[in-house]
Design a protein around this ligand. Structure first.
Ligand code: ZN
Length: 413
């Protein structure tokens, strides 16, 4: 095994690799000891090229998406995990000085690549990244100090059609998105995604998980789905926060290899970093996990393909609608599909700077307005693909003022 710097290859699969189709980045094995993420991603790539000619569903994916695979984003760490020290998590860069730099301590070095990014970073006070060069969550001496994380930023900036990302980890069976980090004092998370993005994430998650389940009935339970700082813990400086908040990329993460129920013993068998590849296909095995989670990745490609073809504008309504009411009334917005609503109640024109219709609490539906005096709502909705209701242009003062409007008239008592 050469000691020199490793080259990280990217596989790019798609009929049209010119930016016209939505890009999807699958990034695996940031953490060296997590072996199944690499085989899951390799299996997905294999299905695309192997089945292209024979399977119409596969052809549709390859024809309508532009897919980038990084099968191992930590090759030197991975080799070290394969051959020397199975528990290696970080890369192999030694940022330690003095005693800790002794080669005998090499199992303790390295940067946690999924703590090295710029948004929600421990450098800015977020929880879940360490300043210690021998911690398993060492964030690095500065943001983007590591070539492995710089590569990702370079890739999404060069290929700006990348709109979806999956950061593949193991193990636990969770599927998550933003927020993924918080400041411990007051538990202040990175901003919660607007309601439209949140709804799109949930809708996509349901599709992905139903495909995982199709393989051998593995169920990812509800408490394991959502914002990663809600379902898992705070991961300061993770890649997903950076790609979503900096570039607007829908950035999922998951922990492949959930618990599996063993009917013979009546117990749940937990996943592991390096499960046996073969074995009982109904229990924990690297092969079974690879097959079932590759199903989920394939569904993510279909989500991206559908997203790229979505030119349908959302519609929305105030419920109940405008009109005369004898007394105070509770109203809320509804949308025809996952969409974010921007609204005003002061008579002004709604723009992308207007208040966003939000949830009362996370995992809750949109808030209810308790209207006690006559109020006029102006609003428009935007779906996850950027389509705007009625083709309204919120950016400039177009004369049509083609936003939605409704007046709730409260009769004087
Ligand atoms: Zn991991």
């Amino acid at each position: 095994m050469p000691r020199g710097p490793a080259t990280i290859p990217v596989l790019r699969i798609g009929k049209h690799r010119d930016g016209r189709n939505p890009g999807v980045l699958i990034q695996a094995q940031d953490h060296a000891r997590e072996w199944v993420p690499a085989t899951t991603s390799l299996e997905s790539a294999e299905r695309l090229v192997h089945n292209y000619r024979s399977d119409r569903e596969t052809k549709k994916i390859v024809d309508n998406t532009d897919i980038f695979f990084i099968l191992s984003n930590n090759p030197d760490g991975a080799n070290y995990s394969f051959y020397n020290f199975a528990s290696q998590r970080r890369n192999m860069t030694n940022h330690c000085a003095d005693d800790n730099a002794d080669p005998a301590r090499r199992n303790s070095w390295g940067v946690d690549l999924n703590r090295n990014y710029r948004v929600g970073s421990a450098h800015d006070g977020y929880s879940g990244g360490s300043n210690s060069c021998i911690s398993d969550t060492y964030q690095g001496p500065e943001k983007l100090s590591e070539p492995e994380s710089k590569n990702i930023i370079w890739l999404v900036e060069k290929y700006s059609n990348i709109k979806f990302m999956m950061s593949v980890h193991s193990n636990g069976g969770q599927l998550f998105w933003q927020p993924g980090a918080y400041i411990a004092d007051g538990r202040i998370t990175t901003p919660r995604p607007p309601l439209g993005d949140e709804a799109f994430y949930w809708q996509s998650a349901a599709r992905i998980l139903s495909q995982v389940k199709a393989h051998r009935q593995t169920v990812v339970t509800p408490e394991n789905v959502g914002g990663s700082s809600d379902v898992l813990y705070s991961s300061a400086g993770n890649v997903r926060e950076d790609l979503y908040y900096t570039y607007g990329i829908y950035a999922f993460g998951w922990e492949v290899g959930g618990s599996v129920y063993n009917p013979a013993t009546g117990n749940w068998q937990g996943g592991s970093f390096q499960p046996a590849w073969v074995g009982n296909p109904d229990l924990v095995s690297g092969h079974s996990e690879t097959m079932e989670y590759a199903n989920g990745i394939m569904e993510m490609f279909r989500i991206a393909a559908d997203w790229g073809k979505d030119h349908q504008k959302p519609t929305s309504q105030l419920v109940p609608g405008g009109g005369k009411y004898p007394g105070p009334v509770d109203v809320r917005f509804e949308t025809s599909e996952p969409a974010t609503i921007y609204y005003t109640t002061d008579g002004s024109r709604p723009t992308l700077d207007s208040p966003r219709y939000a949830a009362t609490e996370f995992r809750e539906p949109g808030r209810v307005f308790h209207v006690t005096e006559t109020t006029t709502f102006h609003w428009f909705s935007v779906d996850s693909a950027g389509n705007i209701e009625q083709n309204y242009d919120p950016s400039k003062n177009d004369r049509r003022n083609n936003y939605r409007t409704a007046t709730i008239t409260i009769a004087q008592q």
